[in-house]
Design a binder for this molecule. Structure first.
Ligand code: IMP
Ligand code: MG
Length: 339
């Protein structure tokens, strides 16, 4: 059994929340770990309920899964407690004692920065400022907060022991490959590396422990904030194509571009992807909406996906065809990929 890391292949908002929650329901991991910080919003739609998660793992939908927050993550206490109530995960959610805690002054510091707000288009959630404090070794960690007593754990030990026992572990990365501090479109990037190796490191997993790297691509590319977006469509074009989206955390309208094979190829390389998940295929092929079997997808949609597979030489194992957590095609068995 296996350790899988789920990462974004473009600029974030590829639908990692959807894929992580769908896979959690299918695979029932014993542990799911959330990485990254509260600037990244993951949306999980379950029937008529919409969860916009900034720190709780999207795998909360699997009730038997133990939910962890990585030592390399950065949490905010108010966001954490609010989301724990909304998702009713108290008692099965634990935070590493070394997880960094963002405080009000980090948010204030970022709000005062014209560089971050005007030039970079930061989400201004205090993440970069807290990360800077961590690097300067003055950030307070989860173990320093009385409120977290009883929720603290050793994530690296838990995850490695579970993997050694042969249990299924899911690691939820955040944002997207090209927002990476190292591999992205610097300076228009976030304050951490967002590739699979970085998320393994955030958790405390060595590279040899990782079995699957699932790179999530949306059927088109979106970006919020400043920075290059090759092939960017005008607002009118995006509207005509039905590709209007708003950001989960900031509510800003997302910039849109067509699917970009060159970026995708580079994302596959940077993450050493073993699987691809495609989301929002129904935006390009409306008849694909809510389809749950490969053979029932419109022929053009199947051709489009097969072209991605042959160009990138990585199997497209999951195809999301609607928002709901249960609505996707799981091709793993047919493709001979063991979950
Ligand atoms: P920051 O990490 O909040 O400072 O934002 C830096 C850049 O990354 C800005 O362009 C943000 O819009 C972008 N960004 C950060 N987190 C996310 C995310 O979860 N989804 C999409 N864009 C993000
Ligand atoms: Mg998002």
């Amino acid at each position: 059994m296996t350790v899988s890391i789920i990462v974004g292949g473009f600029f974030g908002d590829e639908g990692k929340g959807k894929i992580a929650s769908f896979l959690a329901l299918r695979d029932r991991p014993s542990i799911a770990v959330r990485c990254g910080a509260v600037n990244a919003g993951h949306t999980v739609v379950m029937g008529d309920r919409v969860y916009k998660l900034r720190i709780v793992p999207s795998a909360f939908v699997s009730k038997s899964t133990r939910l962890l927050i990585a030592p390399g993550a950065l949490a905010r206490l108010d966001v954490l407690f609010r989301e724990m109530s909304a998702t009713e995960t108290r008692g099965r959610l634990f935070i590493d004692e070394r997880t960094g805690i963002i405080e009000e002054r980090h948010v204030e510091e970022e709000r005062r920065s014209a560089h971050l707000s005007k030039k970079i288009g930061s989400t201004l959630q205090g993440v970069g400022a807290a990360m800077a404090d961590r690097v300067l070794r003055r950030l307070r960690l989860a173990r320093d907060f009385e409120e977290l007593r009883g929720m603290l754990t050793d994530v690296a030990a838990e995850v490695n022991e579970a993997a050694d026992r042969g249990e299924v572990v899911h690691v939820e990365g955040t944002q997207g490959t090209f927002l990476s501090l190292y591999h992205g479109t610097y300076p228009y990037v976030t304050s951490r590396d967002t590739t699979a190796s970085a998320f393994a490191s955030e958790v405390g997993l060595g590279p040899r422990k990782v079995d699957h790297v699932i790179v999530v691509f949306k059927a088109y590319v979106t970006r919020v904030g400043a920075g290059p977006l090759p092939g960017e469509l005008s607002d009118d074009e995006a509207e005509r194509m039905g590709l209007v989206e708003y950001a989960t955390v900031t509510g800003r309208r997302r910039r849109v571009a067509p699917f970009n094979m060159e970026l995708a190829r580079r994302a596959i390389m940077l993450n050493s992807a073993t699987q691809i998940a495609i989301t929002r295929i129904d935006a390009l092929f409306p008849e694909a909406r809510n389809v749950r079997e490969w053979s029932k997808l419109p022929l053009e949609a199947r051709r489009w996906i097969e072209r991605i597979e042959s160009e990138l030489r990585v199997p497209v194992t999951i195809v999301s065809t609607g928002e709901d957590v249960e609505v996707a095609i799981d091709r793993r068995r047919e493709l001979g990929v063991e979950p």
